[in-house]
Design a protein around this ligand. Structure first.
Ligand code: HAM
Length: 432
């Protein structure tokens, strides 16, 4: 098609008729977003909204020059004044930019912020991997304690549990401070250097710039080469080790199971100490449903006060894929409780007024302005998922006696017009 949608992005529709597109139904997105707003309120987080694009340097500096995001995945363009801009590939750097620039530290105490919004990465599209995806993210700035790490992990796991997700694994690691990572990178390079020829092409490219990412490689030859490689835990400072132990202790206390994975290093450069990733068995190759960690140096790297910080982001598409795959309870599609079918000119006028009044009372009512055949109109009402249909002609108009048709059971309910809104309000609240 000439004006087809670009690769790797999708429309969120009232309903997508295909099975693969089930996650693109807008009511599911609203449901998920509402759950997130409620969760955030309960955990004491306040919403922040940053622009969709920022100056390119922010991400180069914030996410890291050697990261895959910066080297290959950014949507970068020049604006009309020749400045380089980038569609945000993630939220953390942008939130930190806003925090530093707007001096949010002056609000006093630590700041607990959250966001929901689209992110853009030029990746090879596949199931669960998009060029525009949506994240729910949180960032806590100003608390260095392991308790804070565990509070955000707890929040993420609680969201998944509330949504009814199962078969998730929390993977946990500590990457220490910048010095630890530098020492570890050197050790890993020294270890892999003699085996460089056996590594996959991708890993050979990563060897110089981003050697830690070789650890996540799924290539069997790379995995073979990594056997006996040094572990990051051997390079942690005493303080980082204690911090990590306390994180594990606290997770045990609130009974969140986790697996320590020495290979988890994360692809963004800003992490320090705790890192985590939650994987879902229902997702296939792109199985990270959420991830995050501590990043204590970022505010000062961006020119602000030196403050500790920790956060996570979860992909909304991947949450919905998992929910659908695991047949978790989903909200009903929005539908009218009443579908009014007026017959004749007078009934149409009265029906027009009636629907207006019902809507004012908060009832989801729909009217067919020009019904041709009653049978067809009822069929249409059923297709829309309406609960009741009301055929409204001269007789009903004069007597005020009506019959509601329950579309699922075909049962007819006699009522007086006076009692209609009371009846519908009751039914509507039962349905919700
Ligand atoms: P990230 O691991 O790059 O972390 O992304 C977070 C989550 O976004 C992933 O776990 C995944 O669920 C989802 N995601 C990422 N890329 C895609 C994609 N192309 N298609 C669909 N879903 C995707 C960050 O972005 C960090 N800013 C997280 C963070 C916040 N760390 C500290 N604070």
């Amino acid at each position: 098609m000439k004006y087809a949608i670009p690769k790797g992005v999708f429309d969120i529709l009232p309903k997508d008729p295909t099975k693969e597109g089930a996650f693109r139904a807008s009511h599911l997105w609203r449901f998920l977003e509402e759950m997130i707003h409620t969760l955030a309120r309960e955990y004491g987080f306040r919403e922040i909204r940053t622009p969709i694009f920022e100056r390119t340097e922010l991400f180069v500096r914030g996410v890291g020059e050697s990261s895959d995001i910066v080297t290959k995945e950014m949507y970068t363009f020049e604006d009309k004044a020749g400045r380089s801009m980038t569609l945000r590939p993630e939220g953390t750097a942008a939130v930190m930019r806003a925090f530093v620039e707007k001096r949010l530290d002056q609000l006093g105490g630590k700041q607990k912020l959250y966001y929901i919004g689209p992110m853009f990465r030029y990746e090879r599209p596949q199931a669960g991997r998009y060029r525009q995806h949506h994240q729910f993210g949180v960032e806590v700035i100003g608390d260095a304690s392991p308790e804070q790490d565990v509070e955000v992990i707890d929040m993420l796991v609680t969201l998944y549990r509330r949504l009814g997700l199962q078969k998730l694994t929390v993977m946990l690691n500590s990457v220490g401070d910048a010095q630890t990572r530098e020492n570890y990178r050197a050790a890993l390079r020294a270890f892999l250097e003699p085996k460089l020829d056996t590594l996959s092409e991708e890993s050979r490219l990563r060897f110089e710039k981003n050697v830690l990412r070789i650890l996540d490689s799924k290539d069997p030859e790379d995995q073979k080469a990594l056997k006996g490689a040094p572990l990051i835990s051997q390079y942690l400072s005493e303080e980082a080790k204690e911090h990590f132990q306390r994180v594990q202790f606290l997770l045990d206390k609130i009974e969140i199971p986790y697996v320590v994975s020495e290979k988890l290093v994360r692809g963004l450069d800003y992490y320090t100490k705790t890192v985590f990733e939650v994987t879902s068995e229902s997702l296939g190759a792109q199985n990270a449903i959420g991830a995050g960690g501590r990043y204590d140096g970022l505010t000062s790297l961006l020119g602000g006060p030196n403050l500790p910080a920790v956060g996570f982001a979860a992909g909304l598409e991947r949450i919905l894929h998992t929910m659908l795959e695991q047949e978790a309870a989903l909200p009903q599609e929005p539908h009218p409780i009443l579908y009014l079918i007026p017959i004749g000119e007078k009934s149409r006028e009265k029906g027009f007024q009636l629907v207006h009044t019902l809507r004012e009372e908060g009832i989801c009512a729909e009217i067919d302005f020009h019904p041709k055949k009653v049978g067809k109109a009822i069929e249409h009402a059923a297709n829309m998922g309406a609960t009741y249909a009301l055929v409204f002609g001269d007789e009903e108009l004069t007597s005020g006696e009506i019959k509601l048709k329950h579309l699922a059971s075909r049962e007819e309910i006699p009522l007086n017009l006076q009692g209609l809104s009371h009846f519908l309000l009751g039914k509507q609240s039962q349905e919700r």
